[in-house]
Write a protein that binds this ligand. Structure first.
Ligand SMILES: [Zn+2]
Length: 398
């Protein structure tokens, strides 16, 4: 036991009742792997790091439950951080989870209060010591890009093509399923499928390249999505969604930009409110709470960015209108946290209403997903043709 005292990062929460564990989940991803333990009441826990070999020890004040013993079977072979996991009763009222790690990590544990479909949650996020750099990823991708513009002829040095960097954000993910249709379609899955199709289409364009904020089923806080776009100095960001509305006959695509003040319609306001709840449902530690959500004062550069966002939104809306029905014929505005990158024109596209049974069916159709992705590509292409990439972009010249 003495060795366990090394590198102790003990976090204790004051609760008396023993928490009954009702579910456990692991969300592996390159960004970070998350382990969630859901219980009927708040969980009291302690976490230790142990070296040689690298391990994390999580002591939970609870009795053994099927939802806990199932955990070891849930570690994916390709989990970037967890090699294996053991769960055993340590002493009366305490269950110990030992995680064998593949590498040294930066753990972060916190609890979440019940929200939406979830009870109390204990979350253990296993981050890499050094976070992956999206810019490096993009440059590596660019190096492998066969369509990269050829070296210009010597007599025309100014004709070097610039690659526009498009950040595609698949809404929701992991613990946050987003809206759920009557047939059980989850928004987070539909958004990822459309995002991946759009990325493939953009990467095939000679003057553009795309970066996905997430490429798997895991949760990303809204500010992390914004940060990724800023880190690569994106030329634009498109956040893809398929939301629900209380009236199941609501239908058609909508496009949103950030609003400096109030929302342009009650529905836009409600949607922004719901989207901004993503962090609460998906689970973000208070310590890492972003300022974007609370940000209320916008400066002049943001005003200019919103103007470009509206132009981008209009281009995309026109193309969406050409392939399907529109919910609103103009770009709407509200205070969406994911659109708050101060210097990156950003839009949120609600591709269709997952709450509308007909549209839910279509959203699962590959042909329809492709049609949506192509319309998004066309809209982006129209915008980029009018607003070429900024010279300041570190990846624009290639
Ligand atoms: Zn959404």
């Amino acid at each position: 036991m003495a060795c366990l005292a090394a590198g102790v990062a003990a976090l204790l929460l004051a609760t008396s009742a023993e928490a009954q564990v009702i579910a456990s989940r692991i969300w592996p991803a390159r960004d970070y792997t998350r382990l969630t333990i859901e219980s009927k009441s708040e969980i009291k826990y302690e976490i230790f790091s142990v070296k040689d070999p690298e391990r994390l020890v999580l002591d939970i004040e609870t009795e053994m439950a099927p939802a806990l013993s199932e955990l070891d079977g849930k570690v994916a072979a390709d989990d970037p951080y967890i090699k294996g996991l053991r769960v055993a009763r340590n002493r009366p009222g305490v269950v110990r989870v030992v995680l064998d790690l593949k590498t040294e990590v930066k753990p972060q544990a916190f609890t979440l209060s019940p929200i939406a479909e979830y009870g109390h949650r204990l979350v253990l996020d296993i981050h890499p010591l050094v976070a992956a750099d999206p810019l490096a990823e993009l440059i590596a991708q660019g190096a492998a890009k066969p369509e990269a513009p050829a070296v210009p002829a010597p007599e025309k040095p100014a004709a070097v093509a610039r690659l526009a960097t498009i950040v595609i954000d698949a809404g929701h993910g992991g613990e946050d399923p987003g809206a759920i249709g009557k047939r059980g379609t989850r928004e987070k899955n539909v958004t990822l499928m459309i995002a991946k199709r759009l990325k493939a289409l953009i990467d095939a364009e000679p003057n553009m390249r795309a970066l996905l904020t997430r490429d798997g089923d895991y949760f990303l806080p809204l500010n992390t999505r914004v940060d990724k776009a800023r880190q690569v100095r994106a030329d634009l960001l498109v956040s893809i969604h398929a939301d629900s509305f209380k009236r199941s006959n609501a239908r058609g695509s909508s496009v949103f930009a950030l609003s400096e003040r109030r929302a342009t319609s009650e529905m836009a306001r409600l949607l922004a409110q719901k989207e901004n709840q993503s962090d609460l449902i998906g689970g973000v530690s208070l310590a890492g709470q972003a300022s974007y959500v609370k940000q209320t004062l916008l400066d002049l550069s943001q005003t200019a960015t919103i103007d470009y966002s509206l132009r981008l939104g209009n281009s995309v809306l026109q193309r969406l209108g050409a392939v399907g029905e529109l919910h609103k014929a103009r770009v709407e505005q509200a205070s969406f946290a994911v659109l708050k990158a101060q210097d990156v024109p950003s839009i949120l596209v609600e591709t269709a209403f997952i709450s509308n049974p007909q549209e839910e069916k279509r959203l699962n159709d590959r042909g329809y997903q492709d049609k949506l992705a192509r319309a998004l590509l066309d809209g982006i292409r129209d915008y980029v043709a009018k607003h070429p990439p900024r010279p300041g972009s570190p990846v624009a010249l290639n």
